[in-house]
Design a protein around this ligand. Sequence first.
Ligand SMILES: C[S@@+](CC[C@H](N)C(=O)[O-])C[C@H]1O[C@@H](n2cnc3c(N)ncnc32)[C@H](O)[C@@H]1O
Length: 215
Amino acid sequence: MQINQVIETYNQGAADYDAIMMRYWHIEREPLIASLQLQPGQTVLDAAVGTGLNLSAYPEGVHVVGVDLSLKMLDEARKKRVSADITLKVSDLYNLDFPDNSFDAAASGFTLCVIDDPVRAVKEILRVTKPGAFIAILDYCKSQDPEVQKWQELISDGALQLGFPTGKIKWYALMDYDELLYNSKLPIEVLVDDRTESLNPFSCGCQLLLKNSKA
Ligand SMILES: C[S@@+](CC[C@H](N)C(=O)[O-])C[C@H]1O[C@@H](n2cnc3c(N)ncnc32)[C@H](O)[C@@H]1O
């Protein structure tokens, strides 16, 4: 999706986003954030924070910087009362306006599946996080089962062009984490790679813990 399409789609879907996620893609965020093993005083990037569904899972004493392109999604995030110290700002994952090594850790939920160049986005996350930083990712992804992949191929145009529910959430149904993690030659160590397989082509996902292994 072009940047203007991303902004239009997520501005349009922002008010209904949490209800849609609760109904179709509900998953507890605590295990994802706990996997980062954050310590008081650390700063964590929430890459494409959206309406802030991760926010309540961050521990007190941690500074969270949530970035997103959609102002309306950020408006929804601002309504959430949480104990962590939160800064929300508009920033593009392809060009994050932070110096190198700004963050102790990063998290990203259901984001790389809506981005047309996920390798570029991960490179930016690696640039702004410190060497050795943990990066936790929760996402929709392409199934490893060839039969389910065929269904994902069938829904992929609709998921990207129309969205589901119509116009509200658009994503790449063939988001290929095997390619991203194991063939892209990014400086990452894969610590956890948990896949959720389903016969429902909408429900295949992954939960990952990566380590930034840049020099
Ligand atoms: C499916 S939502 C996920 C929101 C949230 N992370 C969650 O876990 O529910 C995808 C989000 O990615 C944002 N987004 C897409 N492309 C982006 C980019 N290049 N830079 C920053 N945010 C982006 C959208 O605006 C949207 O809020």
